[in-house]
Design a protein around this ligand. Structure first.
Ligand code: GLA
Length: 340
């Protein structure tokens, strides 16, 4: 029996660096993703990739993830470790998500692998996302949150997803028909391994140790923090959660002007308080914001490079000259079909 599994990447519209504190995020699954085609085996892996030169071969004897080559195979091996030893796969992997762009190519790979291995037959979208998150953490050592995997697993066509990362609830909210969503690549490739992502997560934990969970904190609680760096980090998270709520309300009301203003405010907070933007990302955002028909723009994903997401009206092309870009639409979540 042959199977075809597909898992989308995601663009996060708003709610950045909030997921690992149990906060609110608002991503949508996109029409770029990872496809795995082939047949299940009794435990071995034999996959080639349309994007990577080296084939991934693995027998299911215990092996250290960090020693597995090629490196892309570590994600698959980490997902396999979450599942019974009797599952493996032989076939081909291909992806349309540009790697290092902040559009969750690795989450799409992990979720597609889980689906190819049949995890969708025993787990719901949250279960799939959680096992893919554990796998990604194990494969990379990066303490990522749940947003990317859950957006990929639970995407709904035509809808953004308001996700409460503490309650683990997903509320699909329609994207208004007159909204156009562009993703613009800054040209800076980013990788979370070795970035300051883990430092930011640790700073949020340090703030929480002093003033309690940031997801329920108010800006007035910041007076309980002395370290100005922790104040800035916590300020971002607390204000970002409020922006996600306001953004969901604005989209529901079809108020793209307010939605765009919230996105631009999110970018300013990521730049000034959370300090995960770069000069280049700021330029791409400022360029977009100066163009007609643009409601708002912000870096999307972890930052440190990668992409900017722009909310604009049809007919507007607010792309800084020379930047690769994609118009994306909200897509359905991961699936696996039998090819017979
Ligand atoms: C990366 C992580 C997510 C999230 C974002 C920042 O994409 O994988 O869990 O923390 O960064 O919002």
């Amino acid at each position: 029996m042959r199977f075809k599994a597909f898992a989308p990447g995601r663009v996060n519209l708003i709610g950045e660096h909030t997921d690992y504190t149990g906060g609110l995020v608002f991503p949508m699954a996109i029409d770029l993703g990872t496809t795995i085609v082939g047949e299940r085996t009794d435990g071995e892996f034999d996959l080639d990739s349309e994007q990577e030169p080296e084939r991934f071969l693995l027998s299911r004897s215990p092996s250290m993830l960090a020693e597995i080559e090629p490196r892309w195979g570590r994600y698959l091996a980490a997902v396999a470790q979450e599942l019974p030893e009797t599952v493996g796969f032989r076939g081909t992997v291909s992806s349309t998500v540009p790697p290092g762009s902040g559009l969750s190519s690795s989450a799409a790979l992990c979720v597609a692998t889980a689906m190819a291995l049949g995890a969708g037959e025993v787990h719901d979208a949250i279960g799939i996302a959680e096992l893919a998150q554990r796998a990604e953490r194990a494969a990379t050592g990066v303490p990522c949150g749940l947003m990317d995997q859950l957006a990929s697993a639970a995407g709904v066509e035509g809808h953004g997803l308001m996700i409460d990362c503490h309650a683990k609830t997903v509320a699909p909210i329609p994207i208004p028909a007159e909204a156009r969503i562009l993703v613009v690549h800054s040209g800076e490739h980013r990788q979370l391994e070795g970035s300051e992502y883990a430092t930011r997560a640790a700073q949020c934990s340090a703030a929480e140790a002093q003033i309690g969970p940031l997801r329920t904190a108010a800006l007035s609680d910041l007076s309980g923090l002395e370290d100005p760096v922790l104040v800035a980090r916590a300020h971002h998270v607390i204000s970002e959660n409020a922006r996600v709520r306001a953004f969901a309300d604005a989209l529901t009301a079809g108020d793209l002007t307010t939605a765009g203003e919230l996105m631009s405010a999110s970018h300013a907070s990521l730049r000034d308080q959370f300090e995960v933007s770069t000069d280049r990302l700021n330029q791409v955002v400022a360029y977009a914001e100066s163009q007609p028909g643009v409601f708002g723009a912000r870096l999307t994903g972890a930052g440190f490079g990668g992409c900017v997401v722009v909310l604009c009206a049809p007919g507007s092309t607010p792309v800084m000259p020379g930047c690769e870009h994609w118009e994306v639409v909200a897509s359905a979540g991961a699936q696996c079909i039998e090819l017979g």
